[in-house]
Design a protein around this ligand. Structure first.
Ligand code: CP
Length: 306
């Protein structure tokens, strides 16, 4: 398969066509089965997290080390010259001159695209505000394919914060390449943005709205849960909304046999811990798959042939 990702910036999932996605997923599957500690030999990767992260940062850093590369970077921009007023553009310009690839998370929408304009090496977006989280989507697709045995023609429900949840925007866009059908379950204040719905309309993708996880579970292959962020509501409103969008064992009583529940994590209360023991829970395997998906992406961006 031609590697069109070589030397590319990875900013948005919209930059990937179906072939690119399949190449990453195939490479991730190979790396999961057969480790390759040679693919980043001699490469230095910057891991610069201007915003908190557990899974994205640590799985990227694990991926680099498992492929034989080395890391520089930070997990707290408060310890960098950003604190003295250095612009993102200047920071990226300098750090990229030390490295072979630049992995970044930043709270500002559009920051990854901006970084790519000032970086001398490929930039990989680890999440830019509420905008995009393309590498999460790669591991989500990998996990969906792994647990369903295919990606084409699946029925997927997204639940929770569909407005600010960058992972659902990226995943919905990517699943359009595979003819998915969607159900959206969200409070009005956190509904899927119009620009995503317009994209689905343009591509002829079917979607519906529901306000019940229980009624939706028997009809879908994947339930993709997200966290409703407390800080966006007053306390009474939050309690009302959060209690309505909790997935518990009862809400899965009529679920399809092949249903799997995914969540980008961290979760707060939106998936009851009892669900963890059911055959539907797949979110911990999903988080582990972050290492393989990110290994694949780094390997493809930094090697013409993998
Ligand atoms: N899923 C995800 O992005 O998790 P972190 O915020 O812990 O990186």
């Amino acid at each position: 398969m031609e590697n069109r990702l070589y030397k590319r910036d990875i900013i948005s999932i919209a930059d990937f066509d179906r072939k690119d996605l399949e190449l990453v997923l195939e490479t991730a599957a190979q790396l999961k089965n057969s480790p390759r500690p040679d693919l980043l030999q001699g490469k230095v990767i910057a891991s610069c997290f201007f915003e908190a992260s557990t899974r994205t940062r640590l799985s990227f850093e694990t991926a680099v080390q498992r492929l034989g590369g080395t890391l520089i970077g930070f997990s707290d921009a408060g310890n960098t010259s950003a604190k003295k007023g250095e612009t993102l553009a200047d920071s990226v310009n300098i750090i990229s001159s030390y490295t072979d690839a630049f992995v970044m998370r930043h709270p500002q929408e559009g920051s990854a695209r901006l970084a790519s304009e000032f970086s001398s090496v490929p930039v990989i977006n680890g999440g830019d505000g509420s905008n995009q989280h393309p590498t999460q989507t790669l591991l989500d697709l990998f996990s969906i394919r792994e647990c369903q045995g295919k990606l084409d023609g699946l029925k997927v429900a997204f639940v929770g914060d569909l407005k600010y949840g960058r992972t659902v925007h990226s995943l919905a866009q990517a699943l359009c390449h595979f003819g998915a059908e969607f159900t959206f379950i969200a409070p009005k204040a956190l509904a899927m943005p119009d620009y995503i719905l317009e994209e689905l309309d343009e591509k002829g993708i079917k979607y519906r709205f529901s306000d019940s996880i229980e009624e939706t579970a028997p009809q879908v292959d994947i339930i993709y849960m997200t966290r409703v962020q407390k800080e966006r509501f007053d306390e009474t409103e939050y309690k009302h909304i959060a209690s309505k969008y909790i997935l518990d064992v009862e809400s899965l009583k009529d679920a399809k046999e092949n249903l799997k529940v995914l969540h980008p994590l961290p979760r707060v209360d939106e998936i009851a811990v009892e669900v963890d023991k059911t055959p539907y829970a797949y979110y911990f395997q999903q988080a582990e798959n972050g290492v393989y998906a990110r290994q694949a992406l780094l390997a493809l961006v930094l090697n013409e042939v993998v």
